[in-house]
Design a protein around this ligand. Structure first.
Ligand SMILES: [Mg+2]
Length: 324
Protein backbone atom coordinates (compact mmCIF):
# COMPACT_ATOMS: atom_id res chain seq x y z
CA UNK A 1 0.00 0.00 0.00
CA UNK A 2 1.18 3.51 -0.61
CA UNK A 3 2.48 5.73 2.13
CA UNK A 4 -0.74 7.77 2.01
CA UNK A 5 -2.77 4.71 2.70
CA UNK A 6 -0.62 3.90 5.72
CA UNK A 7 -1.16 7.43 6.97
CA UNK A 8 -4.89 7.08 6.48
CA UNK A 9 -4.94 3.89 8.51
CA UNK A 10 -2.66 5.36 11.17
CA UNK A 11 -5.24 8.15 11.48
CA UNK A 12 -7.99 5.66 12.14
CA UNK A 13 -6.13 3.43 14.58
CA UNK A 14 -3.90 5.72 16.57
CA UNK A 15 -5.32 6.20 20.05
CA UNK A 16 -8.14 3.67 19.81
CA UNK A 17 -8.60 1.41 22.79
CA UNK A 18 -7.38 2.15 26.31
CA UNK A 19 -4.18 3.79 27.47
CA UNK A 20 -2.42 1.54 29.96
CA UNK A 21 0.56 2.15 32.20
CA UNK A 22 1.86 -1.36 31.56
CA UNK A 23 2.56 -0.49 27.91
CA UNK A 24 6.21 0.58 27.89
CA UNK A 25 6.16 1.11 24.12
CA UNK A 26 3.02 0.95 21.98
CA UNK A 27 2.33 1.32 18.25
CA UNK A 28 5.09 2.95 16.19
CA UNK A 29 8.20 0.77 16.44
CA UNK A 30 8.89 -2.71 15.09
CA UNK A 31 7.19 -4.26 18.12
CA UNK A 32 5.54 -3.26 21.39
CA UNK A 33 7.10 -3.53 24.85
CA UNK A 34 4.72 -4.68 27.56
CA UNK A 35 5.01 -5.21 31.30
CA UNK A 36 2.99 -8.26 32.36
CA UNK A 37 1.90 -8.25 36.03
CA UNK A 38 4.68 -9.73 38.16
CA UNK A 39 4.25 -13.39 39.02
CA UNK A 40 1.29 -13.99 36.69
CA UNK A 41 0.92 -16.09 33.57
CA UNK A 42 0.76 -14.18 30.31
CA UNK A 43 -2.31 -15.54 28.46
CA UNK A 44 -2.27 -15.33 24.64
CA UNK A 45 -4.94 -16.15 22.08
CA UNK A 46 -5.63 -15.32 18.44
CA UNK A 47 -8.56 -15.68 16.07
CA UNK A 48 -9.06 -14.79 12.42
CA UNK A 49 -12.39 -13.72 10.95
CA UNK A 50 -12.69 -14.11 7.17
CA UNK A 51 -15.46 -12.29 5.26
CA UNK A 52 -18.02 -14.71 3.87
CA UNK A 53 -16.96 -17.43 6.33
CA UNK A 54 -16.92 -15.95 9.83
CA UNK A 55 -19.09 -12.95 9.12
CA UNK A 56 -21.43 -12.11 6.23
CA UNK A 57 -19.80 -10.09 3.40
CA UNK A 58 -22.29 -7.32 4.00
CA UNK A 59 -21.87 -7.18 7.80
CA UNK A 60 -21.68 -3.59 9.10
CA UNK A 61 -17.98 -2.63 9.51
CA UNK A 62 -18.55 -1.40 13.08
CA UNK A 63 -19.79 -4.89 13.93
CA UNK A 64 -16.81 -6.53 12.23
CA UNK A 65 -14.47 -4.43 14.40
CA UNK A 66 -16.44 -5.28 17.53
CA UNK A 67 -16.66 -8.99 16.78
CA UNK A 68 -13.01 -9.42 15.81
CA UNK A 69 -11.99 -8.26 19.29
CA UNK A 70 -14.97 -9.82 21.11
CA UNK A 71 -14.24 -13.40 20.00
CA UNK A 72 -10.68 -13.08 21.30
CA UNK A 73 -11.78 -11.55 24.61
CA UNK A 74 -14.23 -14.44 24.85
CA UNK A 75 -11.30 -16.89 24.67
CA UNK A 76 -9.52 -14.97 27.44
CA UNK A 77 -12.75 -15.04 29.50
CA UNK A 78 -12.96 -18.80 29.03
CA UNK A 79 -9.46 -19.06 30.58
CA UNK A 80 -10.38 -16.81 33.51
CA UNK A 81 -7.88 -14.24 32.24
CA UNK A 82 -7.98 -10.49 32.65
CA UNK A 83 -7.50 -8.83 29.24
CA UNK A 84 -4.84 -6.16 28.76
CA UNK A 85 -3.52 -5.80 25.20
CA UNK A 86 -4.38 -6.63 21.61
CA UNK A 87 -2.77 -6.58 18.18
CA UNK A 88 -4.68 -6.31 14.92
CA UNK A 89 -3.86 -7.50 11.39
CA UNK A 90 -6.22 -6.30 8.69
CA UNK A 91 -6.36 -7.53 5.12
CA UNK A 92 -8.46 -5.19 3.00
CA UNK A 93 -9.49 -5.33 -0.67
CA UNK A 94 -9.18 -1.53 -0.82
CA UNK A 95 -8.72 1.34 1.57
CA UNK A 96 -12.18 2.72 2.25
CA UNK A 97 -12.18 5.64 4.64
CA UNK A 98 -15.75 5.19 5.82
CA UNK A 99 -15.35 1.45 6.32
CA UNK A 100 -12.16 1.93 8.33
CA UNK A 101 -13.64 4.65 10.51
CA UNK A 102 -16.61 2.46 11.40
CA UNK A 103 -14.44 -0.63 11.94
CA UNK A 104 -12.11 1.32 14.25
CA UNK A 105 -15.11 2.65 16.20
CA UNK A 106 -16.49 -0.87 16.81
CA UNK A 107 -13.08 -2.21 17.82
CA UNK A 108 -12.14 0.82 19.91
CA UNK A 109 -15.40 1.04 21.88
CA UNK A 110 -15.13 -2.57 23.00
CA UNK A 111 -11.40 -2.22 23.73
CA UNK A 112 -12.00 0.81 25.95
CA UNK A 113 -14.87 -0.91 27.76
CA UNK A 114 -12.54 -3.76 28.73
CA UNK A 115 -9.48 -1.49 29.23
CA UNK A 116 -7.58 -3.15 26.40
CA UNK A 117 -4.76 -1.25 24.67
CA UNK A 118 -4.15 -1.76 20.95
CA UNK A 119 -0.36 -2.18 20.88
CA UNK A 120 0.43 -3.22 17.34
CA UNK A 121 -0.89 -4.02 13.94
CA UNK A 122 -0.32 -4.80 10.33
CA UNK A 123 -2.24 -4.42 7.14
CA UNK A 124 -2.10 -5.73 3.63
CA UNK A 125 -4.23 -5.85 0.53
CA UNK A 126 -6.36 -8.91 -0.24
CA UNK A 127 -9.76 -10.46 0.47
CA UNK A 128 -11.24 -8.97 3.66
CA UNK A 129 -10.06 -10.72 6.79
CA UNK A 130 -9.24 -9.63 10.34
CA UNK A 131 -6.82 -11.30 12.74
CA UNK A 132 -6.70 -10.17 16.35
CA UNK A 133 -4.37 -11.39 19.05
CA UNK A 134 -5.50 -10.72 22.62
CA UNK A 135 -3.19 -10.89 25.63
CA UNK A 136 -4.05 -10.96 29.30
CA UNK A 137 -2.98 -12.41 32.61
CA UNK A 138 -4.03 -14.94 35.20
CA UNK A 139 -2.43 -15.97 38.53
CA UNK A 140 -0.66 -19.37 38.38
CA UNK A 141 -3.02 -22.22 39.17
CA UNK A 142 -6.13 -20.11 38.55
CA UNK A 143 -6.63 -20.54 34.79
CA UNK A 144 -9.84 -22.31 33.71
CA UNK A 145 -8.96 -25.39 31.70
CA UNK A 146 -11.01 -27.86 29.68
CA UNK A 147 -9.45 -30.83 31.38
CA UNK A 148 -10.71 -30.73 34.95
CA UNK A 149 -14.43 -31.49 34.84
CA UNK A 150 -15.25 -34.20 37.39
CA UNK A 151 -18.03 -36.78 37.62
CA UNK A 152 -20.99 -35.25 39.47
CA UNK A 153 -20.20 -31.64 38.47
CA UNK A 154 -23.10 -29.53 37.24
CA UNK A 155 -22.88 -28.15 33.68
CA UNK A 156 -23.84 -24.48 33.52
CA UNK A 157 -24.16 -22.06 30.61
CA UNK A 158 -24.35 -18.28 30.63
CA UNK A 159 -26.92 -16.16 28.78
CA UNK A 160 -29.19 -17.69 26.17
CA UNK A 161 -28.30 -20.07 23.34
CA UNK A 162 -29.10 -20.26 19.65
CA UNK A 163 -29.67 -16.52 19.22
CA UNK A 164 -26.70 -15.86 16.91
CA UNK A 165 -27.62 -18.77 14.62
CA UNK A 166 -31.15 -17.38 14.33
CA UNK A 167 -29.70 -13.91 13.82
CA UNK A 168 -27.69 -15.20 10.86
CA UNK A 169 -30.79 -16.78 9.29
CA UNK A 170 -32.71 -13.53 9.70
CA UNK A 171 -29.83 -11.43 8.36
CA UNK A 172 -29.79 -13.61 5.25
CA UNK A 173 -33.55 -13.12 4.71
CA UNK A 174 -34.01 -9.44 4.01
CA UNK A 175 -37.75 -10.03 3.45
CA UNK A 176 -38.32 -10.60 7.19
CA UNK A 177 -40.07 -7.45 8.50
CA UNK A 178 -37.83 -5.34 10.71
CA UNK A 179 -38.65 -5.40 14.41
CA UNK A 180 -36.90 -4.90 17.72
CA UNK A 181 -36.69 -8.65 18.20
CA UNK A 182 -35.16 -9.27 14.77
CA UNK A 183 -32.62 -6.51 15.44
CA UNK A 184 -31.81 -8.06 18.82
CA UNK A 185 -31.16 -11.49 17.33
CA UNK A 186 -29.03 -10.03 14.52
CA UNK A 187 -27.17 -8.05 17.19
CA UNK A 188 -26.39 -11.29 19.01
CA UNK A 189 -24.69 -12.44 15.80
CA UNK A 190 -22.81 -9.24 14.97
CA UNK A 191 -22.01 -7.95 18.44
CA UNK A 192 -21.34 -10.83 20.83
CA UNK A 193 -20.70 -9.86 24.45
CA UNK A 194 -17.53 -11.50 25.81
CA UNK A 195 -18.21 -12.72 29.36
CA UNK A 196 -15.02 -11.29 30.80
CA UNK A 197 -16.24 -10.51 34.34
CA UNK A 198 -17.93 -13.91 34.56
CA UNK A 199 -14.65 -15.59 33.59
CA UNK A 200 -12.88 -13.75 36.41
CA UNK A 201 -15.52 -14.90 38.94
CA UNK A 202 -15.23 -18.49 37.72
CA UNK A 203 -11.54 -18.69 38.69
CA UNK A 204 -12.68 -19.56 42.20
CA UNK A 205 -15.65 -21.71 41.21
CA UNK A 206 -15.42 -23.69 37.95
CA UNK A 207 -13.56 -26.95 37.41
CA UNK A 208 -13.59 -26.53 33.59
CA UNK A 209 -14.69 -23.83 31.16
CA UNK A 210 -14.97 -23.16 27.43
CA UNK A 211 -16.55 -20.40 25.35
CA UNK A 212 -19.33 -21.34 22.95
CA UNK A 213 -18.13 -20.51 19.45
CA UNK A 214 -19.25 -23.67 17.63
CA UNK A 215 -22.38 -24.54 19.62
CA UNK A 216 -22.92 -26.19 23.00
CA UNK A 217 -22.81 -29.78 21.73
CA UNK A 218 -19.49 -29.31 19.95
CA UNK A 219 -17.83 -27.13 22.59
CA UNK A 220 -19.01 -29.13 25.60
CA UNK A 221 -17.62 -32.10 23.65
CA UNK A 222 -14.15 -30.51 24.01
CA UNK A 223 -14.55 -30.41 27.80
CA UNK A 224 -15.71 -34.04 27.84
CA UNK A 225 -12.78 -35.16 25.69
CA UNK A 226 -10.28 -33.04 27.64
CA UNK A 227 -11.57 -34.27 31.01
CA UNK A 228 -12.24 -37.90 29.89
CA UNK A 229 -15.83 -37.85 31.12
CA UNK A 230 -19.37 -38.05 29.71
CA UNK A 231 -22.35 -35.76 30.18
CA UNK A 232 -26.10 -35.76 30.13
CA UNK A 233 -27.78 -32.54 28.98
CA UNK A 234 -31.46 -31.84 29.49
CA UNK A 235 -32.58 -30.17 26.25
CA UNK A 236 -35.68 -28.73 27.91
CA UNK A 237 -33.45 -26.73 30.25
CA UNK A 238 -31.42 -25.00 27.54
CA UNK A 239 -31.84 -21.25 28.15
CA UNK A 240 -33.74 -19.63 25.27
CA UNK A 241 -34.33 -15.93 24.79
CA UNK A 242 -37.82 -14.51 24.19
CA UNK A 243 -36.99 -13.54 20.59
CA UNK A 244 -35.31 -16.95 20.15
CA UNK A 245 -38.50 -18.71 21.21
CA UNK A 246 -40.59 -16.65 18.82
CA UNK A 247 -38.35 -17.06 15.77
CA UNK A 248 -36.82 -20.43 16.55
CA UNK A 249 -39.26 -22.92 15.12
CA UNK A 250 -41.29 -23.73 18.23
CA UNK A 251 -40.66 -26.97 20.07
CA UNK A 252 -37.55 -27.94 18.15
CA UNK A 253 -35.73 -24.70 18.91
CA UNK A 254 -33.57 -26.59 21.40
CA UNK A 255 -31.75 -28.04 18.37
CA UNK A 256 -30.59 -24.55 17.39
CA UNK A 257 -29.67 -23.84 21.01
CA UNK A 258 -27.61 -27.03 21.11
CA UNK A 259 -25.83 -26.74 17.78
CA UNK A 260 -25.96 -23.08 16.71
CA UNK A 261 -22.56 -21.35 16.80
CA UNK A 262 -21.42 -17.81 17.51
CA UNK A 263 -23.18 -17.18 20.83
CA UNK A 264 -19.89 -16.66 22.74
CA UNK A 265 -21.47 -17.59 26.04
CA UNK A 266 -19.45 -19.58 28.59
CA UNK A 267 -20.08 -23.24 29.40
CA UNK A 268 -18.52 -24.39 32.67
CA UNK A 269 -18.65 -27.12 35.28
CA UNK A 270 -19.15 -26.62 39.02
CA UNK A 271 -18.84 -29.17 41.85
CA UNK A 272 -22.22 -29.89 43.40
CA UNK A 273 -21.09 -28.66 46.83
CA UNK A 274 -20.37 -25.20 45.33
CA UNK A 275 -23.67 -24.86 43.43
CA UNK A 276 -25.14 -22.59 46.09
CA UNK A 277 -22.68 -19.88 45.03
CA UNK A 278 -23.83 -19.78 41.40
CA UNK A 279 -26.86 -17.50 41.91
CA UNK A 280 -24.74 -14.92 43.72
CA UNK A 281 -22.20 -14.95 40.88
CA UNK A 282 -25.01 -14.52 38.34
CA UNK A 283 -26.34 -11.45 40.11
CA UNK A 284 -22.85 -9.96 40.64
CA UNK A 285 -22.02 -10.13 36.92
CA UNK A 286 -25.60 -9.51 35.73
CA UNK A 287 -25.71 -12.59 33.51
CA UNK A 288 -28.23 -15.41 33.55
CA UNK A 289 -26.65 -18.74 34.54
CA UNK A 290 -28.54 -21.97 33.88
CA UNK A 291 -27.76 -25.52 34.93
CA UNK A 292 -28.31 -27.69 31.85
CA UNK A 293 -26.79 -31.03 32.76
CA UNK A 294 -24.40 -33.18 34.77
CA UNK A 295 -20.97 -34.70 34.22
CA UNK A 296 -21.07 -38.50 34.29
CA UNK A 297 -18.56 -41.32 33.97
CA UNK A 298 -18.03 -42.68 30.46
CA UNK A 299 -17.70 -41.16 27.02
CA UNK A 300 -19.88 -38.81 24.97
CA UNK A 301 -22.92 -36.58 25.35
CA UNK A 302 -26.43 -37.91 25.99
CA UNK A 303 -29.55 -35.83 25.60
CA UNK A 304 -32.70 -36.16 27.67
CA UNK A 305 -36.00 -34.29 27.99
CA UNK A 306 -37.26 -32.74 31.21
CA UNK A 307 -38.96 -35.97 32.26
CA UNK A 308 -35.67 -37.85 31.77
CA UNK A 309 -36.80 -39.65 28.59
CA UNK A 310 -33.96 -39.93 26.07
CA UNK A 311 -34.15 -37.56 23.12
CA UNK A 312 -35.06 -39.37 19.93
CA UNK A 313 -32.66 -38.29 17.26
CA UNK A 314 -34.10 -38.43 13.80
CA UNK A 315 -31.48 -36.49 11.90
CA UNK A 316 -28.26 -38.42 11.29
CA UNK A 317 -26.16 -35.34 12.03
CA UNK A 318 -27.03 -35.65 15.70
CA UNK A 319 -26.04 -39.26 16.08
CA UNK A 320 -22.53 -38.54 17.18
CA UNK A 321 -23.77 -36.75 20.31
CA UNK A 322 -25.30 -40.05 21.39
CA UNK A 323 -22.41 -42.44 21.52
CA UNK A 324 -22.29 -42.89 25.27
MG1 LIG B 1 -12.67 -20.72 22.46
Amino acid sequence: MSRNEFDLIADHFSGIGSRREDVALGIGDDAALLNPPRGQHLVATTDTLVAGIHFPDNAPPESVGHKALAVNLSDLAAMGAEPAWATLSLTLPEVDDHWLAAFARGFGDLARYHQVALVGGDLCRGPLSVTVQALGSVPPGKALRRSRATVGDAIIVSGTLGDAALGLKLWQQPTVPASEEVAWLVGRLHRPVPRVSLGLELRALATACIDLSDGLAADLGHILAGSRVAAVVNVDRLPLSGPGRRFGGGRSHWRTALTGGDDYELCFTVPRRRLHVVDAVASRVGVRLTRVGTIQPGVGLSLVHGDNTPVRVSRPGYRHFQDS
